[in-house]
Design a protein around this ligand. Structure first.
Ligand SMILES: [Ca+2]
Ligand SMILES: [Ca+2]
Ligand SMILES: [Ca+2]
Length: 350
């Protein structure tokens, strides 16, 4: 019997025909198959791609047609085609070309517009940080998630992983700042695409500002509160600076940076007159208003030795207006009653 040498038949299958690889998915499992050879020769496969723009071998003389193609070194590419043929080393089959369309995304998301919502940041402030991310190159698979990282606690710590999506999106993170005035806070965002290509912004840094509080006390208030009592009994007699119903001469103005202010005041003791009369502090009352200088819209509060609020959470520039009243029973003396008060300012709770 005289067998004629024959060429392998063309392959009948080449997979995959579609999909996107890249990032942590860097191996394309290729299989060219279906070739036979009538004369019983061993068959070997050649597989090519046009990933570089022209056809080039991925693998040569592959015995089983299976090949794990590592695409980790290629830039983003869309519409990659594959073709293959079989050979018995004497004759080649014709090409098999399924017209595949494979994509490669090895590009990490790019970032821009790294910002925070407060220019000067003070201890305890909540600050929102953000960055813009893009996955807009050819074959990019889109954004997957981000992490915020900061050394605000004293060492670098990562937030949990937050999912986001799309070709353009913003990573946001809000944090209450722990770092003390005068020290710096570092921060950055990290993000990846859905194939695990990852990137991070450059490290950003800002100094934590120093808070300050000052108060200006009106001269009338600094001098102490006085009542000229000419008749007895007197009910809720006006102090000399109350000016009856018009603007009061008793006021405290707050100036602060980085914090709002709680204001309070306390009396130094009972009321006295030059003549030596003493009237218990309970007979003194006050009103206050932090927006209305006539102080007509306020309750009456009993003066005390302990701190009593005259304004909470005041913004810098706000004035607390005060009026003082004294009730003098009929069994007291007439005369000029006075007492001194101390005003306290402190950082308002955040
Ligand atoms: Ca053959
Ligand atoms: Ca193989
Ligand atoms: Ca990408």
């Amino acid at each position: 019997m005289n067998l004629a040498a024959t060429a392998p038949t063309a392959p009948t299958s080449l997979i995959p025909t579609s999909g996107t690889w890249g990032g942590w998915n860097e191996t394309v499992a290729i299989n060219c198959s279906g070739s036979t050879d009538e004369d019983g020769s061993d068959i070997y496969y050649y597989i090519q791609s046009n990933v570089t723009g022209s056809w080039a071998n991925i693998v040569e003389d592959d015995a089983d047609g299976y090949y794990d193609w590592n695409i980790s070194t290629y830039n983003n590419t869309a519409g990659i085609n594959l073709r293959c043929f079989a050979t018995d080393w004497l004759f080649n089959s014709s090409w098999y070309n399924e017209s595949a369309s494979l994509n490669i995304d090895n590009a990490e998301p790019t970032w821009s517009d790294v910002n925070r919502n407060e220019t000067t940041v003070y201890n305890g402030w909540s600050v929102m940080f953000n960055a813009t991310w893009n996955e807009s190159q050819i074959a990019d698979v889109g954004l997957a998630g981000f992490i915020f990282s900061t050394n605000d606690s004293g060492s670098w710590e990562n937030s949990t992983y937050y999912e986001f999506s799309g070709t353009t999106n913003t990573s946001n993170f809000t944090r209450q700042i722990l770092t003390s005035a005068g020290s710096n806070v570092g921060w950055y965002f990290w993000a990846n695409d859905s194939l695990g290509n990852e990137n991070e912004t450059t490290i950003q840094e800002f100094p934590v500002g120093s808070k300050s509080i000052s108060i200006a006390i009106s001269s009338e208030l600094s001098a102490g509160v006085r009542w000229i009592i000419n008749q007895l009994p007197t009910a809720r007699g006006n102090a000399t600076g109350n000016n009856d119903t018009s603007d009061t001469d008793y006021y405290v103005t707050v100036t602060s940076t980085g914090t709002n202010v709680d204001l309070s005041m306390a009396a130094d003791g009972n009321l006295t007159t030059d003549g030596g009369a003493i009237l218990e502090l309970d007979y003194e009352e006050y009103r206050y208003n932090t927006s209305e200088s006539a102080v007509t819209n306020s309750d009456y509060y009993t003066m005390a030795l302990s701190n009593s609020t005259i304004g909470r959470d005041l913004v810098s520039g706000i004035t607390s207006y005060l009026k003082f009243y004294l009730t003098v029973p009929g069994n007291q003396s007439v005369g000029i009653y006075n007492n001194t008060i101390a005003v306290y300012a402190e950082e308002a709770a955040l």
